[in-house]
Design a protein around this ligand. Structure first.
Ligand code: HSE
Length: 435
Protein backbone atom coordinates (compact mmCIF):
# COMPACT_ATOMS: atom_id res chain seq x y z
CA UNK A 1 0.00 0.00 0.00
CA UNK A 2 2.86 2.37 0.79
CA UNK A 3 4.89 0.91 -2.05
CA UNK A 4 4.28 3.68 -4.61
CA UNK A 5 7.46 5.69 -4.21
CA UNK A 6 7.11 9.29 -3.17
CA UNK A 7 3.34 9.60 -3.10
CA UNK A 8 1.20 9.41 0.03
CA UNK A 9 -2.49 9.04 -0.76
CA UNK A 10 -4.96 10.42 1.73
CA UNK A 11 -8.66 9.83 2.31
CA UNK A 12 -10.27 12.84 4.01
CA UNK A 13 -13.44 12.31 6.06
CA UNK A 14 -15.20 15.58 6.83
CA UNK A 15 -15.11 18.93 5.01
CA UNK A 16 -16.24 21.25 7.80
CA UNK A 17 -14.09 23.99 9.30
CA UNK A 18 -11.03 21.81 9.95
CA UNK A 19 -11.44 19.48 6.95
CA UNK A 20 -11.83 22.50 4.67
CA UNK A 21 -8.69 24.05 6.17
CA UNK A 22 -6.71 20.85 5.58
CA UNK A 23 -7.86 20.65 1.94
CA UNK A 24 -7.01 24.31 1.23
CA UNK A 25 -3.65 24.42 3.03
CA UNK A 26 -2.53 21.14 1.49
CA UNK A 27 -3.13 22.68 -1.96
CA UNK A 28 -1.36 25.95 -1.08
CA UNK A 29 1.62 24.32 0.72
CA UNK A 30 1.97 21.20 -1.46
CA UNK A 31 5.45 22.29 -2.60
CA UNK A 32 6.64 23.10 0.93
CA UNK A 33 5.60 19.65 2.12
CA UNK A 34 7.11 17.95 -0.95
CA UNK A 35 10.40 19.74 -0.39
CA UNK A 36 10.54 18.90 3.33
CA UNK A 37 9.30 15.30 3.20
CA UNK A 38 10.39 14.19 -0.28
CA UNK A 39 6.83 12.93 -0.81
CA UNK A 40 3.83 14.12 -2.84
CA UNK A 41 0.93 14.25 -0.41
CA UNK A 42 -2.38 13.97 -2.26
CA UNK A 43 -5.97 13.79 -1.07
CA UNK A 44 -7.42 11.18 -3.43
CA UNK A 45 -10.78 10.56 -1.76
CA UNK A 46 -13.15 12.70 0.28
CA UNK A 47 -16.19 11.63 2.30
CA UNK A 48 -18.69 14.31 3.24
CA UNK A 49 -22.39 14.88 3.68
CA UNK A 50 -22.04 18.58 2.84
CA UNK A 51 -22.17 19.08 -0.97
CA UNK A 52 -21.97 22.88 -0.60
CA UNK A 53 -18.51 22.60 0.94
CA UNK A 54 -17.32 20.58 -2.07
CA UNK A 55 -18.27 23.44 -4.40
CA UNK A 56 -16.83 26.11 -2.09
CA UNK A 57 -13.49 24.30 -1.70
CA UNK A 58 -13.28 23.31 -5.38
CA UNK A 59 -12.95 19.58 -4.64
CA UNK A 60 -13.42 17.48 -7.84
CA UNK A 61 -16.76 15.65 -7.49
CA UNK A 62 -15.17 12.51 -8.97
CA UNK A 63 -13.32 11.87 -5.68
CA UNK A 64 -16.28 12.63 -3.37
CA UNK A 65 -18.58 10.16 -1.66
CA UNK A 66 -21.20 10.59 1.05
CA UNK A 67 -20.12 7.30 2.64
CA UNK A 68 -16.88 6.92 4.63
CA UNK A 69 -16.62 3.25 3.61
CA UNK A 70 -15.41 4.53 0.21
CA UNK A 71 -12.19 5.67 1.91
CA UNK A 72 -11.61 2.43 3.76
CA UNK A 73 -12.38 0.29 0.71
CA UNK A 74 -9.91 2.10 -1.55
CA UNK A 75 -6.63 0.10 -1.52
CA UNK A 76 -4.72 3.16 -2.78
CA UNK A 77 -5.59 5.18 0.33
CA UNK A 78 -2.80 4.78 2.89
CA UNK A 79 -3.92 7.36 5.45
CA UNK A 80 -7.39 8.28 6.63
CA UNK A 81 -7.82 11.74 8.11
CA UNK A 82 -10.90 11.73 10.36
CA UNK A 83 -12.35 15.20 10.79
CA UNK A 84 -16.05 14.31 10.96
CA UNK A 85 -16.31 14.73 14.73
CA UNK A 86 -18.77 12.85 16.95
CA UNK A 87 -18.12 9.52 18.58
CA UNK A 88 -20.28 7.08 16.62
CA UNK A 89 -19.40 7.14 12.90
CA UNK A 90 -15.93 8.49 13.65
CA UNK A 91 -15.27 5.53 15.97
CA UNK A 92 -16.50 3.05 13.34
CA UNK A 93 -14.38 4.73 10.66
CA UNK A 94 -11.16 4.76 12.70
CA UNK A 95 -11.60 1.16 13.76
CA UNK A 96 -12.34 0.02 10.21
CA UNK A 97 -9.39 2.04 8.86
CA UNK A 98 -6.91 0.48 11.31
CA UNK A 99 -8.36 -2.99 10.67
CA UNK A 100 -7.83 -2.36 6.95
CA UNK A 101 -4.17 -1.54 7.60
CA UNK A 102 -4.36 2.24 7.12
CA UNK A 103 -2.78 4.92 9.25
CA UNK A 104 -5.16 7.39 10.90
CA UNK A 105 -4.91 11.08 11.73
CA UNK A 106 -7.67 12.58 13.87
CA UNK A 107 -8.55 15.78 15.71
CA UNK A 108 -11.31 14.08 17.69
CA UNK A 109 -10.66 14.70 21.41
CA UNK A 110 -14.07 13.41 22.58
CA UNK A 111 -13.49 10.16 20.71
CA UNK A 112 -9.94 9.61 21.99
CA UNK A 113 -10.88 10.34 25.60
CA UNK A 114 -13.66 7.73 25.32
CA UNK A 115 -12.06 5.04 23.13
CA UNK A 116 -8.35 5.94 23.20
CA UNK A 117 -7.27 2.85 25.12
CA UNK A 118 -8.96 0.49 22.67
CA UNK A 119 -7.98 2.37 19.52
CA UNK A 120 -4.28 2.77 20.39
CA UNK A 121 -4.12 -0.93 21.30
CA UNK A 122 -5.64 -1.76 17.91
CA UNK A 123 -3.19 0.56 16.10
CA UNK A 124 -0.26 -1.08 17.89
CA UNK A 125 -1.57 -4.55 17.03
CA UNK A 126 -2.00 -3.59 13.38
CA UNK A 127 1.38 -1.79 13.36
CA UNK A 128 -0.24 1.39 12.09
CA UNK A 129 0.01 4.95 13.39
CA UNK A 130 -2.85 6.79 15.09
CA UNK A 131 -1.80 10.45 15.24
CA UNK A 132 -3.76 13.17 17.02
CA UNK A 133 -1.82 16.43 17.31
CA UNK A 134 -4.89 18.52 16.46
CA UNK A 135 -6.98 17.02 19.27
CA UNK A 136 -5.43 19.22 21.98
CA UNK A 137 -4.77 22.96 21.79
CA UNK A 138 -5.28 23.28 18.00
CA UNK A 139 -2.14 24.63 16.39
CA UNK A 140 0.14 24.30 19.43
CA UNK A 141 2.38 21.25 18.88
CA UNK A 142 1.94 20.09 22.47
CA UNK A 143 1.53 16.38 21.66
CA UNK A 144 4.79 16.18 19.70
CA UNK A 145 6.51 18.30 22.35
CA UNK A 146 5.48 15.93 25.14
CA UNK A 147 6.14 12.72 23.18
CA UNK A 148 9.36 13.78 21.53
CA UNK A 149 10.99 16.97 22.81
CA UNK A 150 10.27 16.18 26.47
CA UNK A 151 10.53 12.37 26.22
CA UNK A 152 13.37 12.27 28.79
CA UNK A 153 11.30 14.03 31.46
CA UNK A 154 8.99 12.80 34.16
CA UNK A 155 6.15 15.28 34.05
CA UNK A 156 5.89 16.95 37.44
CA UNK A 157 2.89 19.11 36.51
CA UNK A 158 1.00 20.30 33.48
CA UNK A 159 -1.46 23.21 33.55
CA UNK A 160 -3.54 24.09 30.50
CA UNK A 161 -5.89 26.78 29.32
CA UNK A 162 -7.20 24.47 26.62
CA UNK A 163 -10.66 25.75 25.76
CA UNK A 164 -10.61 28.92 23.68
CA UNK A 165 -14.33 29.61 24.07
CA UNK A 166 -14.21 29.62 27.88
CA UNK A 167 -11.05 31.69 27.85
CA UNK A 168 -12.70 34.21 25.52
CA UNK A 169 -15.75 34.42 27.81
CA UNK A 170 -13.75 34.77 31.04
CA UNK A 171 -11.28 37.30 29.57
CA UNK A 172 -14.14 39.42 28.23
CA UNK A 173 -15.91 39.31 31.61
CA UNK A 174 -12.67 40.43 33.25
CA UNK A 175 -11.56 43.06 30.73
CA UNK A 176 -14.95 44.57 29.84
CA UNK A 177 -16.77 43.98 33.14
CA UNK A 178 -19.65 42.24 31.35
CA UNK A 179 -21.62 39.36 32.82
CA UNK A 180 -21.53 35.70 31.80
CA UNK A 181 -24.69 35.76 29.62
CA UNK A 182 -23.44 38.71 27.56
CA UNK A 183 -19.97 37.21 27.12
CA UNK A 184 -21.46 33.84 26.08
CA UNK A 185 -23.76 35.52 23.52
CA UNK A 186 -20.73 37.32 22.05
CA UNK A 187 -18.71 34.06 21.88
CA UNK A 188 -21.62 32.39 20.07
CA UNK A 189 -22.06 35.31 17.65
CA UNK A 190 -18.36 35.03 16.74
CA UNK A 191 -18.79 31.28 16.11
CA UNK A 192 -16.37 30.21 18.85
CA UNK A 193 -18.62 27.97 20.97
CA UNK A 194 -19.19 24.37 19.84
CA UNK A 195 -22.65 23.60 18.32
CA UNK A 196 -23.46 22.11 21.74
CA UNK A 197 -22.16 24.94 23.94
CA UNK A 198 -22.30 22.68 27.01
CA UNK A 199 -19.19 20.88 25.70
CA UNK A 200 -17.28 24.14 26.18
CA UNK A 201 -18.85 25.95 29.13
CA UNK A 202 -19.44 22.88 31.31
CA UNK A 203 -15.77 21.90 30.96
CA UNK A 204 -16.26 18.66 28.98
CA UNK A 205 -14.10 19.75 26.03
CA UNK A 206 -11.26 20.67 28.41
CA UNK A 207 -11.75 17.36 30.24
CA UNK A 208 -11.44 15.39 26.97
CA UNK A 209 -8.19 17.22 26.20
CA UNK A 210 -6.93 16.79 29.78
CA UNK A 211 -7.53 13.02 29.54
CA UNK A 212 -5.35 12.89 26.40
CA UNK A 213 -2.56 14.96 27.99
CA UNK A 214 -2.70 12.80 31.13
CA UNK A 215 -2.48 9.61 29.07
CA UNK A 216 0.70 10.89 27.41
CA UNK A 217 2.23 12.30 30.60
CA UNK A 218 1.36 9.49 32.99
CA UNK A 219 0.62 6.48 30.80
CA UNK A 220 -2.99 5.65 31.67
CA UNK A 221 -6.44 6.73 30.53
CA UNK A 222 -8.64 8.32 33.17
CA UNK A 223 -11.83 6.22 33.09
CA UNK A 224 -14.74 8.07 31.51
CA UNK A 225 -16.75 10.00 34.09
CA UNK A 226 -13.95 9.96 36.69
CA UNK A 227 -12.22 13.15 35.63
CA UNK A 228 -13.29 15.86 38.13
CA UNK A 229 -14.84 18.56 35.94
CA UNK A 230 -16.44 21.93 36.67
CA UNK A 231 -17.36 24.47 34.02
CA UNK A 232 -17.67 28.25 34.05
CA UNK A 233 -21.44 28.83 34.22
CA UNK A 234 -21.28 29.69 37.91
CA UNK A 235 -18.45 32.23 37.57
CA UNK A 236 -19.89 35.71 38.10
CA UNK A 237 -18.40 39.09 37.22
CA UNK A 238 -18.52 39.87 40.95
CA UNK A 239 -16.14 37.00 41.67
CA UNK A 240 -13.88 38.06 38.82
CA UNK A 241 -13.73 41.58 40.24
CA UNK A 242 -12.97 40.39 43.80
CA UNK A 243 -10.34 37.98 42.47
CA UNK A 244 -8.67 40.90 40.66
CA UNK A 245 -8.65 42.95 43.85
CA UNK A 246 -6.82 40.06 45.49
CA UNK A 247 -4.29 39.91 42.60
CA UNK A 248 -5.74 37.00 40.61
CA UNK A 249 -7.49 36.26 37.30
CA UNK A 250 -10.04 33.45 36.97
CA UNK A 251 -9.33 30.92 34.19
CA UNK A 252 -10.76 27.53 33.31
CA UNK A 253 -7.67 25.46 34.07
CA UNK A 254 -6.84 21.82 33.42
CA UNK A 255 -4.53 20.60 36.19
CA UNK A 256 -2.56 17.37 35.71
CA UNK A 257 0.14 16.61 38.25
CA UNK A 258 1.72 13.96 40.38
CA UNK A 259 4.07 13.91 43.33
CA UNK A 260 5.16 10.42 42.22
CA UNK A 261 3.81 8.68 45.33
CA UNK A 262 0.19 9.36 46.06
CA UNK A 263 -1.34 9.26 42.59
CA UNK A 264 -2.08 11.57 39.72
CA UNK A 265 -4.43 14.55 39.93
CA UNK A 266 -6.42 15.21 36.77
CA UNK A 267 -9.07 17.90 37.06
CA UNK A 268 -10.68 20.82 35.24
CA UNK A 269 -12.23 23.77 37.05
CA UNK A 270 -12.34 27.57 37.19
CA UNK A 271 -9.20 28.58 39.07
CA UNK A 272 -7.75 31.75 40.57
CA UNK A 273 -4.33 32.31 38.95
CA UNK A 274 -1.91 34.93 40.34
CA UNK A 275 -1.76 37.91 37.96
CA UNK A 276 2.03 37.69 37.94
CA UNK A 277 1.88 34.18 36.45
CA UNK A 278 2.12 34.26 32.66
CA UNK A 279 -1.00 32.06 32.29
CA UNK A 280 -3.08 34.89 33.79
CA UNK A 281 -2.31 37.06 30.77
CA UNK A 282 -3.44 34.48 28.19
CA UNK A 283 -6.59 36.13 26.93
CA UNK A 284 -9.24 35.77 24.24
CA UNK A 285 -9.49 32.51 22.30
CA UNK A 286 -5.83 31.67 22.82
CA UNK A 287 -4.67 28.49 24.54
CA UNK A 288 -1.56 27.92 26.64
CA UNK A 289 0.00 24.84 28.20
CA UNK A 290 2.57 25.08 30.97
CA UNK A 291 4.65 21.93 31.45
CA UNK A 292 7.05 21.32 34.33
CA UNK A 293 9.44 18.46 33.61
CA UNK A 294 11.89 17.06 36.17
CA UNK A 295 14.80 17.58 33.77
CA UNK A 296 13.84 20.61 31.70
CA UNK A 297 12.13 22.67 34.40
CA UNK A 298 9.32 25.01 33.33
CA UNK A 299 8.22 25.35 29.69
CA UNK A 300 5.31 27.24 28.16
CA UNK A 301 3.45 26.66 24.89
CA UNK A 302 1.10 29.33 23.54
CA UNK A 303 -1.03 29.72 20.42
CA UNK A 304 -4.38 29.39 18.75
CA UNK A 305 -6.35 26.46 20.12
CA UNK A 306 -9.00 26.31 17.41
CA UNK A 307 -9.96 27.48 13.93
CA UNK A 308 -9.44 26.15 10.41
CA UNK A 309 -5.87 27.36 9.93
CA UNK A 310 -4.30 26.51 13.30
CA UNK A 311 -5.94 23.10 13.42
CA UNK A 312 -5.02 22.34 9.79
CA UNK A 313 -1.39 23.09 10.68
CA UNK A 314 -1.52 20.35 13.32
CA UNK A 315 -3.27 17.83 11.03
CA UNK A 316 -0.81 18.48 8.20
CA UNK A 317 2.06 18.06 10.67
CA UNK A 318 0.80 14.55 11.45
CA UNK A 319 0.40 13.75 7.76
CA UNK A 320 3.95 14.98 7.11
CA UNK A 321 5.21 12.74 9.93
CA UNK A 322 3.68 9.78 8.12
CA UNK A 323 5.23 10.94 4.85
CA UNK A 324 8.66 11.15 6.49
CA UNK A 325 8.14 7.65 7.89
CA UNK A 326 7.44 6.16 4.46
CA UNK A 327 11.07 5.23 4.06
CA UNK A 328 11.70 4.35 7.71
CA UNK A 329 8.36 3.45 9.28
CA UNK A 330 8.07 3.77 13.04
CA UNK A 331 6.11 1.49 15.31
CA UNK A 332 2.90 2.89 16.75
CA UNK A 333 3.64 4.13 20.24
CA UNK A 334 0.47 3.22 22.09
CA UNK A 335 -0.70 5.99 24.38
CA UNK A 336 -1.88 5.19 27.87
CA UNK A 337 -0.27 1.78 28.23
CA UNK A 338 2.91 2.66 30.07
CA UNK A 339 1.79 3.83 33.53
CA UNK A 340 4.83 4.86 35.58
CA UNK A 341 2.87 6.20 38.51
CA UNK A 342 0.08 5.15 40.81
CA UNK A 343 -3.30 5.79 39.20
CA UNK A 344 -5.80 8.57 39.62
CA UNK A 345 -5.91 10.37 42.97
CA UNK A 346 -9.39 10.73 44.51
CA UNK A 347 -10.70 14.30 44.35
CA UNK A 348 -11.30 14.41 48.14
CA UNK A 349 -7.55 13.91 48.75
CA UNK A 350 -6.48 16.82 46.57
CA UNK A 351 -5.03 19.79 48.43
CA UNK A 352 -5.78 23.36 47.27
CA UNK A 353 -6.13 26.88 48.47
CA UNK A 354 -9.65 28.27 48.09
CA UNK A 355 -11.46 31.55 47.45
CA UNK A 356 -14.83 31.82 49.20
CA UNK A 357 -17.56 34.43 48.72
CA UNK A 358 -20.34 34.54 51.26
CA UNK A 359 -23.37 36.73 51.58
CA UNK A 360 -23.68 37.39 55.32
CA UNK A 361 -25.82 39.30 57.81
CA UNK A 362 -24.44 42.78 58.45
CA UNK A 363 -23.92 42.55 62.20
CA UNK A 364 -21.09 42.22 64.74
CA UNK A 365 -19.52 38.79 65.37
CA UNK A 366 -20.25 37.29 61.95
CA UNK A 367 -16.63 37.08 60.83
CA UNK A 368 -15.64 35.52 64.17
CA UNK A 369 -18.29 32.80 63.79
CA UNK A 370 -17.12 31.91 60.29
CA UNK A 371 -13.43 32.01 61.27
CA UNK A 372 -14.10 29.67 64.17
CA UNK A 373 -15.67 27.07 61.86
CA UNK A 374 -12.63 27.18 59.58
CA UNK A 375 -10.37 26.96 62.68
CA UNK A 376 -12.24 23.89 63.95
CA UNK A 377 -11.33 22.17 60.64
CA UNK A 378 -7.73 23.42 60.98
CA UNK A 379 -8.10 25.63 57.92
CA UNK A 380 -6.24 28.94 58.15
CA UNK A 381 -7.49 32.19 56.62
CA UNK A 382 -4.98 34.10 54.48
CA UNK A 383 -7.03 37.20 53.64
CA UNK A 384 -10.45 38.75 54.04
CA UNK A 385 -12.24 41.49 52.11
CA UNK A 386 -15.44 43.01 53.28
CA UNK A 387 -16.28 45.84 50.90
CA UNK A 388 -17.91 48.95 52.37
CA UNK A 389 -21.52 48.82 51.24
CA UNK A 390 -24.61 50.71 52.30
CA UNK A 391 -25.93 49.26 55.56
CA UNK A 392 -28.54 46.67 54.74
CA UNK A 393 -29.70 43.18 55.34
CA UNK A 394 -26.62 41.38 53.98
CA UNK A 395 -23.13 42.12 52.72
CA UNK A 396 -20.52 40.18 50.72
CA UNK A 397 -17.59 38.67 52.61
CA UNK A 398 -14.62 37.34 50.64
CA UNK A 399 -12.21 34.95 52.34
CA UNK A 400 -9.06 33.28 51.01
CA UNK A 401 -7.99 30.19 52.92
CA UNK A 402 -4.68 28.31 53.12
CA UNK A 403 -4.16 24.77 51.80
CA UNK A 404 -6.84 22.25 52.70
CA UNK A 405 -7.99 18.93 51.29
CA UNK A 406 -11.14 19.05 49.15
CA UNK A 407 -12.93 16.92 51.77
CA UNK A 408 -11.97 19.05 54.76
CA UNK A 409 -12.80 22.26 52.93
CA UNK A 410 -16.15 20.93 51.67
CA UNK A 411 -17.13 19.84 55.21
CA UNK A 412 -16.17 23.24 56.65
CA UNK A 413 -18.05 25.10 53.94
CA UNK A 414 -21.16 22.97 54.43
CA UNK A 415 -21.10 23.86 58.14
CA UNK A 416 -20.64 27.54 57.34
CA UNK A 417 -23.54 27.41 54.86
CA UNK A 418 -25.76 26.21 57.71
CA UNK A 419 -24.98 29.23 59.95
CA UNK A 420 -27.99 31.51 60.32
CA UNK A 421 -25.80 34.54 59.50
CA UNK A 422 -24.97 33.12 56.04
CA UNK A 423 -27.70 34.14 53.60
CA UNK A 424 -27.05 32.48 50.23
CA UNK A 425 -25.25 29.38 49.01
CA UNK A 426 -21.51 30.08 49.39
CA UNK A 427 -19.42 30.42 46.22
CA UNK A 428 -16.00 28.74 46.26
CA UNK A 429 -13.21 28.53 43.69
CA UNK A 430 -9.81 26.84 43.79
CA UNK A 431 -6.59 28.85 43.76
CA UNK A 432 -3.40 27.64 42.01
CA UNK A 433 -0.01 29.06 42.96
CA UNK A 434 2.08 26.81 40.62
CA UNK A 435 4.53 25.88 43.38
N1 HSE B 1 -14.55 24.47 21.26
C1 HSE B 1 -13.15 24.32 21.33
C2 HSE B 1 -12.54 25.55 22.01
C3 HSE B 1 -12.59 24.13 19.93
O1 HSE B 1 -13.26 26.53 22.22
O2 HSE B 1 -11.37 25.52 22.37
C4 HSE B 1 -11.23 23.54 19.86
O3 HSE B 1 -11.13 22.29 20.44
Amino acid sequence: MLSTMNTLRIGLAGTGTVGGGVWSHLQSNFDVLRCRTGVDIKIVRVATRDPKSIERLGIPTSIVSDDWHALVNDPEVAVIVELMGGTTHAYQLIKAALEAGKHVVTANKALLSKYGEELFALAAKKERQLLFEASVAGGIPIIKSLREGLIANRIVALYGIINGTCNYILSNMSEKGIDYAEALADAKAKGYAEADESLDVDGHDSAHKAAILAAIAYGFWVPEGQLATEGIRQVTKVDIQFARKLGYEIKLLAVIKSDDKSGVEVRVHPTLIPQKNVLASVSGVFNAVFVRGDVVGDTLFYGRGAGADATASAVLGDIAELALGLHAPRKCRAVGSDALYPKLKALEEIISRFYVRLNVADRPGVLAKIASVFASYEIGISSVIQPEVQAGESVPLIIMVHDASEKRFADALAEIARLDVVKDTPVSLRVEDFE
